[in-house]
Design a protein around this ligand. Structure first.
Ligand code: SAM
Length: 253
């Protein structure tokens, strides 16, 4: 059985923002739109990575604490916060077990729960509840299994990203497979080209657990949450086999 390892993002951390900063804007604004319809002041981000949602939401006036299992991602988050002169708190912890306090809302954004086994996701839900005030909100996103399993939709996850960082050319090529149980396997070939004699090329693979919308609702209910809403990551209405990523809002019962 796979499960999250704290080292999972060690290799990706240095180039994570180069490839992900732009694509985070849409989901960050959808998360902000959801939050403003509820009475929320304090938020804990239990998979903050390099801090994308922490920065977005802090700038909107929320009090946000960022937590992540990966020390390298957190170091980048802290450096980004210092560079932006943002007063944000970060700490290292595992969303399955960490106890930080009681917040009005908890978030885990950008497929973070996919790094957990099904059993660990259930354990995480019970731990999220322990970090929430009564009636606290939990907002998270994950790819939609009913979308990825249909036709050749899986090929929509194929990427060939190139970016220039200073004099370094970075290129990530990734392709994925998925099975009916929702195990998404992604294989990545990374080129880091700092000039002659030759680029550094490395391979990596990761497995993520993906869910259907109704599986998510059932798991939430049996772990003490009331599902409130499920939409696409742009806030559009959920269509079972057309919506590629689901954002779910639930309330602690
Ligand atoms: C795709 S990144 C998303 C980061 C950030 N939310 C964003 O949108 O850029 C997933 C993050 O989940 C973190 N993660 C994976 N398993 C975790 C766990 N058990 N506890 C806390 N963080 C975890 C990883 O270290 C990584 O930073």
């Amino acid at each position: 059985m796979y499960s999250a390892k704290s080292s999972h993002y060690d290799k990706e951390a240095n180039h994570y923002d180069a490839f992900n900063a732009d694509s985070s804007r849409l989901i960050n604004s959808t998360v902000a739109n959801i939050l403003k319809t509820y009475d929320v002041t304090t938020i804990v981000d239990l998979s903050c990575g390099t801090g994308s949602q922490v920065f977005w939401l802090t700038q909107l006036g929320y009090e946000v604490v960022g937590c992540d299992i990966n020390a390298k991602m957190l170091r980048i988050a802290e450096n980004n916060a210092a560079a932006a002169k943002l007063n944000a708190a970060f700490l290292k912890g595992d969303m399955r077990t960490v106890k930080i306090g009681r917040f009005d809302a908890a978030i885990t954004i950008f497929n973070s729960i996919g790094h957990l086994t099904k059993l660990d996701f259930e354990k995480t839900l019970r731990n999220v509840a322990n970090n929430l005030n009564d009636n606290g909100l939990y907002i998270f996103d994950i790819y939609n299994l009913n979308y990825l399993i249909k036709g050749d939709h899986i090929t929509n996850l194929t990427i060939d990203w190139q970016k220039l960082e200073g004099n370094t050319k970075i290129r990530d090529i990734q392709y994925s497979t998925i099975d009916k149980a929702g195990l998404l396997c992604s294989h990545t070939i990374s080129h880091v080209d700092k000039g002659p004699p030759s680029p550094h090329i490395s391979n990596s693979s990761q497995v993520m657990q993906i869910y259907t919308a109704s599986q998510l609702r059932k798991i939430l209910i049996r772990n003490g949450f009331e599902p409130l809403d499920q939409t696409g990551i742009d806030g559009s209405s959920l269509i079972e086999s057309e919506t590629d990523r689901i954002i779910t809002t639930a309330r602690k019962k």
